[in-house]
Ligand binder design. Structure first.
Ligand SMILES: Nc1nc2c(c(=O)[nH]1)N[C@H]1C(S)=C(S)[C@@H](COP(=O)(O)O)O[C@H]1N2
Ligand SMILES: [Mo]
Length: 321
């Protein structure tokens, strides 16, 4: 779409905030790839006011949070081009290719169910609820690849406490945004949508469970679950639900997407466990991206055992996989 320019219009008047704040990153990206065709396409997106949140925005006032690993951080490029986000396609490169125009503003998250104070949080409110922390977590996909990411956010418990869960709240059910119009590849996802996930209440309230609004000091790219997602570092990646719109505190264990799809292969708990293999492959080792070889040993609870093992005292983790 072509934009009619008038001399008294500021760039910020015609350009969505996230795009103009991210313009330096755009230019940098274009410089790296250098292709004219790509530059043209990117510029078209910049001037199309319907494109929002195309680029990430620098997050201000991010403090160093607790629990960061000192392992080498994975290059951002690998983290943003190798994704699972089935709403935008099932190939690892699909989400980066197909989520560029995903509208993530305005956005709000509804928090409901067994709570004293149900409410909707706007994205602005979510960004301001608590100081934003950088937490460098390992992230281990059930497909045996892993990354180390400087996520930005704060403990999910901070938000949860505000809505005052009642004594009958024993689980938390999460739901992703779903819009077939914006996600035309949804038909090929092969999973039931909207994507849903769940945690036991004590898991959700564990300080490691992150309500995540950014990575690498910026807002989340669409392919990584903009504008807000969960990040549960001791569980397989599919528990870390993206583009959250609903959080419901419930009495009973909620249905979860991959368990619905194949209960034999994916359980409710899905704790990273090198001793419990997936029916079709080993979980003892993983590929650290960007790489090719499954030569990194997988750690129990993805290395977070000291903090979370006690949540599962007395449970048979082979049965509760
Ligand atoms: N809504 C939604 N959330 C999702 C998924 C998805 O397909 N849809 N994939 C999950 C899987 S399998 C993984 S490994 C992580 C990947 O997160 P990342 O792309 O930021 O690394 O997102 C999880 N959250
Ligand atoms: Mo995954």
């Amino acid at each position: 779409m072509l934009l009619k320019r008038s001399p008294d219009l500021k760039y910020s008047d015609v350009t969505p905030r996230q795009v103009y704040l991210g313009r330096r990153k755009f230019l940098y990206g274009m410089g790296l790839t250098g292709g004219l065709a790509l530059a043209g396409k990117t510029l078209a997106n910049i001037v199309d006011p319907s494109v929002r949140a195309y680029a990430s925005t620098k997050l201000d006032g991010v403090i160093k949070g607790p629990f960061s690993t000192d392992e080498k951080v994975t290059p951002e490029k690998a983290v943003t081009t190798y994704n699972n986000f089935y709403e935008f396609g099932t190939e690892k490169s699909d989400p980066a290719k197909n989520s560029g125009k995903f509208q993530t503003s305005p956005w709000s998250v509804s928090v409901e169910g067994e709570v004293g104070k149900p409410r909707k949080f706007t994205m602005d409110e979510i960004l301001k609820l608590a100081p934003l922390e950088e937490r460098i977590y390992r992230h281990r996909c059930v497909e045996a690849w892993s990354i180390v990411v400087p996520w930005v956010g704060y403990s999910f418990s901070t938000l949860a406490k505000l809505v005052e869960p009642t004594p009958s709240a024993r689980f938390v059910a999460f739901e992703s945004y779903f819009d077939p119009k914006q996600m035309p590849l949804w038909r090929y996802a092969g999973i039931q949508l909207p994507y849903v996930e769940g945690l036991r209440l004590d898991e959700a309230m564990h300080p490691l469970a992150l309500l995540c609004v950014g990575m690498y000091d910026e807002t989340l790219p669409n392919q990584d679950g903009a504008p807000v997602r969960m990040t549960i570092p001791w569980k397989y990646g599919f528990k870390s639900i993206k583009s959250l719109v609903k959080i419901k505190f419930v009495k009973d264990q909620p249905p979860t997407t991959w368990n619905i799809s194949n209960a034999h292969e994916y359980g409710f708990y899905s704790n990273v466990n090198p001793k419990v293999d997936h029916p079709r492959w080993t979980q003892a080792r993983e590929v650290r991206l960007p790489g090719f070889f499954k030569n990194t040993p997988t750690q129990m609870f993805n290395g977070y055992g000291d903090q979370v093992a006690s949540l599962y005292n007395g449970m048979d983790l082979k049965k509760n996989f």
